[in-house]
Design a protein around this ligand. Structure first.
Ligand code: PMV
Length: 318
């Protein structure tokens, strides 16, 4: 086809509950956000040319992995990657890259749009970035909306909407700053601890917190129950050693105001720990707190579509 241009996108995500413990087989709840990464593929001259501010090494690695896994020679292409997802904030930018690039190349080569297979390849790419990933990030970026992920199994969750169903709590997303550690470093930090009984207990308790969180979403308890759950979750993550001083301080101040906040990704110790998922019965109180403390407030909306074809429905869509 002359002037063929393929465009696909994949969303970022947040982890409502279960980061790190999900690596050890506990459940996690994840939801997509309204920030996406876009991949455009067209014919180029000479060797492959990737244009991205995102993570050029990861994009290169992803290409070589995809090439091997789909057994096609990838050459003479111009690939442009544009992302709205902030990096190093626990918002799943690397998973979105792996999923969108794989999906885009599936379309370029006219391969069946098999999301299970795309997700599997993206998981292999994620291993470069995360070392020993759970597979949760690539799964939510592929399948979208809200899921419970456990041991490779994906279960869709209905996004509670008002008035038919109870509404999702009115979360606020404040920025504790980018982590300087990679997800892989944070994951391997935790893995160096889990041989000890104390840390294994924390992982188990994190899993129980996630189960209670699922109940809260299905049949919302009082706001106080949610606040307790979020702050317990945050304390456990702090005990696991994945939260830096700045994020801890913000969480304590929000607790003092009667709310709660937790990190929602791999975290970070030396500097920022990424986005904080915050809740208070009075959202305005939290917004005032953010403004007073100069904290960026991300306007995130949960439940966006997963991997998406941006220029028409692909052939053989499953
Ligand atoms: O910060 P992120 O988006 O890379 O979160 C990774 C989530 C972890 O549970 C820490 C790792 C994983 O593979 O599940």
């Amino acid at each position: 086809m002359v002037n063929k241009v393929i465009k696909v996108s994949a969303p970022g995500k947040i982890i409502l509950s279960g980061e790190h413990s999900v690596v050890y087989g506990q459940p996690a709840i994840l939801a997509t956000i309204n920030k996406r990464l876009y991949v455009e593929i067209k014919k180029g001259t000479g060797p492959i040319k990737i244009i991205t501010d995102e993570n050029p090494e990861l994009a290169d690695y992803a290409l070589s992995k995809i090439q091997k896994m789909i057994n096609r020679k990838i050459n003479h292409l111009k690939i442009t990657i544009i992302s709205e997802i902030p990096i190093n904030h626990g918002l799943g930018s690397s998973a979105a890259l792996a999923v969108a690039l794989t999906g885009g190349l599936f379309r370029w080569f006219g391969k069946k749009w098999n999301k299970n297979l795309i997700n599997q390849i993206a998981f292999e790419i994620e291993k470069k970035q995360h070392g020993n990933p759970s597979g949760a990030d690539n799964s939510i970026a592929t399948f979208g909306k809200m899921i419970i992920f456990q041991k490779g199994k994906i279960k869709s969750l209905r996004i509670p909407k008002f008035p038919k169903h109870p509404k999702l709590p009115n979360f606020i997303y404040l920025d504790s700053g980018p982590a300087i550690e990679s997800t892989g470093e944070m994951v391997s930090h935790v893995s160096s601890l889990v041989s000890r009984v104390t840390y294994r207990k924390i992982i188990k308790e994190l899993g129980q917190t996630t189960l209670r969180f699922i109940q809260t979403l299905n049949a919302p308890n009082s706001p106080n129950a949610l606040i307790l759950l979020l702050s317990q979750n945050q304390r456990l993550l702090e005990d696991l050693g994945v939260v830096g001083q700045k994020a801890k301080k913000i969480a304590r101040e929000i607790e003092n105001l009667g709310g709660a906040a937790k990190i929602c990704g791999a975290g970070g110790l030396k500097k920022g720990s990424g986005i904080l998922l915050c809740y208070h019965q009075s959202p305005q109180g939290l917004l005032n707190f953010a403004q007073k403390n100069n904290l960026k407030n991300y306007q995130l909306k949960l439940g966006a579509e997963g991997l998406r074809n941006e220029n028409g429905v692909p052939q053989n869509q499953t």
